[in-house]
Design a protein around this ligand. Structure first.
Ligand code: ADP
Ligand code: MG
Length: 233
């Protein structure tokens, strides 16, 4: 009970921090100066906010007014996806939005999958697949997991899935097109895990992994196009 109260107080304190005008000012100043910037992604910038109680990654939208409007809409969708996935191991905890243009997440210490030195590669991929399947079971697909920057190897050995900006939500059965897209995304997510596990060599996938590979027509077409453009052999 005491621990519960402790969590409650910490959460309340965090909500006060996020809604304080100072916090909005801190975001604007950091965006303008580039201080506290940890990454520049497709949607905008990611800042790190650290004080004696919190360590946060703040995803902020950027660009001109039109782009910002679109990206804020996407950020709100991303927020909904994080809410649905609250508590799934391998998904950063989400603390809400700070205004319309900043999404507040737990900062995960680690390195991007691209540069990560995995201690137990086999086990790392087992855990990554578990995270992805739990996402799907909660009705959220990712759709952009082939991008290495969307995977993070945490220092404690846990794989993390980032960037739910392209997520599709499973809806009631009569949303036929939406749910078709959701299923395509789910297949592409598992294929992405296998792709990374085998260093992009689909021809080397074997055993039970081979039974999990389920290439979609879109992926087949995209691969053909890349080959045709000389981007992959
Ligand atoms: N919760 C987090 N903890 C640590 N680093 C993060 C976190 N969220 C994002 N990042 C860093 O920011 C980068 C961009 O984040 P991402 O959500 O992919 O933004 P975008 O939608 O702009 O691509 C990631 O590749 C990662 O390096
Ligand atoms: Mg990204």
């Amino acid at each position: 009970m005491q621990e519960k109260n402790g969590h409650y107080d910490a959460d309340r304190c965090l909500q006060q921090t996020l809604t304080a005008p100072d916090f909005g000012d801190w975001i604007q100043r950091s965006l303008a100066s580039g201080e506290h910037l940890i990454a520049t992604g497709n949607q905008g910038m990611v800042l790190r906010y650290c004080d004696h109680q919190h360590d946060l990654a703040i995803k902020c939208v950027g660009g001109n007014a039109l782009l910002r409007g679109l990206r804020s809409w996407m950020l709100r969708r991303e927020y909904r996806a994080f809410q649905r996935l609250q508590g799934v191991p391998g998904i950063p905890r989400c603390y809400g939005m700070a205004g319309a243009q900043a999404l507040v997440l737990q900062y995960v210490p680690g390195s991007s999958y691209r540069h990560a030195q995995l201690q137990d590669r086999e086990h790392w991929f087992v855990r990554l697949e578990q995270t992805v399947r739990q996402m799907h079971a909660r009705g959220v697909s990712h759709g952009d997991l082939k991008r290495k920057a969307n995977l993070l190897a945490a220092d404690d050995g846990q794989p993390y899935v980032l960037d739910l900006g392209t997520a599709v939500f499973k809806k009631p059965v009569w949303h036929v097109c939406n749910n078709w897209l959701f299923r395509q995304h789910c297949r592409a997510d598992i294929n992405a895990v296998l792709k990374h596990k085998y260093h992009g060599r689909y021809d080397q996938i074997q055993g039970t992994d081979l039974t999990k590979l389920d290439v979609t027509n879109a992926e087949r077409g995209w691969r053909r196009l890349r080959r045709w453009l000389g981007l992959q052999h």
